[in-house]
Design a protein around this ligand. Structure first.
Ligand SMILES: [Zn+2]
Length: 236
């Protein structure tokens, strides 16, 4: 293709696909998506990927045996990261999930602690909730991760059984009790002797990930690692 064609097409593409940065609203370059380079660099990376005993892993200590755990970014109130998670969960923007997943995928490729992953499992969403939202945000993230790692996403391996009440106003113990029996394995035979990467959007208390992870490691020889897009001590 001659080099002048893309430059002629650029205004047309811009009309068809509004292409502006979700952080600063400036026009994006054609090779950029979602955020400009400057806003992407401003996201607060955790540096957890190669750090043993990081805050994500501490959440699971005594509750779930994980090979490695990490989150890509810190989640804080009124931040660009909060805006991205809002787009993903409440504004019908699944592309944000794939974008975050790809960033996580590149970090995972470089992280020796996560080098032996066999498959990727998104934290299941209740089917009714997925129907209302139109997609499972963890699945979108998992697909982005899978694109980079070139590993299969096994979203049918387990299911979520019931709605849980909102966790905001419950104390820590009732949150854990509320998770009993929420997840069930549908295809445990897929997971025998596999190292699964369990993926979610934001980790706060970790209660849902612990419940899901304990089902997974009940399969013979199944080990898990956990990766989330964001980490927060706050309720997102
Ligand atoms: Zn920007």
């Amino acid at each position: 293709m001659k080099p002048w064609i893309p430059s002629l097409l650029q205004p047309l593409l811009h009309l068809l696909y509004p292409h502006y940065c979700e952080g600063c609203h400036t026009d994006l370059l054609l090779r950029e998506s979602l955020l400009c380079a400057r806003c992407e660099l401003s996201l607060p990376a955790t540096g957890f990927w190669e750090a043993t005993n990081n805050p994500v892993e501490k959440i699971f200590r005594g509750r779930l045996s994980v090979e490695a755990g990490a989150a890509a970014y810190f989640f804080t109130q009124d931040s660009l990261m909060q805006h991205l998670i809002t787009l993903l969960k409440y504004k019908n923007n699944p592309a944000v999930g794939r974008w975050l997943g790809k960033k996580m995928g590149y970090a995972l490729l470089d992280a020796t602690r996560f080098s032996a992953i066999d498959c990727i499992i998104p934290l299941p969403l209740h089917p009714k909730k997925e129907f209302i939202r139109g997609y499972n945000q963890a699945q979108m993230i998992a697909e982005g991760v899978a694109e980079i790692l070139q590993k299969p996403v096994m979203q049918q391996a387990m299911v979520r059984n019931q709605f849980t009440r909102t966790q905001t106003h419950q104390n820590r113990n009732s949150r854990w009790d509320n998770m009993q029996g929420v997840f069930s394995l549908r295809h445990p035979e897929w997971l025998v002797n596999k190292h699964c990467l369990l993926v979610d959007d934001v980790i706060t208390t970790g209660a849902t990930l612990v419940a899901c992870g304990n089902e997974l490691i009940s399969v013979s020889g199944c080990r898990i690692s956990i990766a989330t897009a964001a980490y927060t001590a706050l309720q997102p």
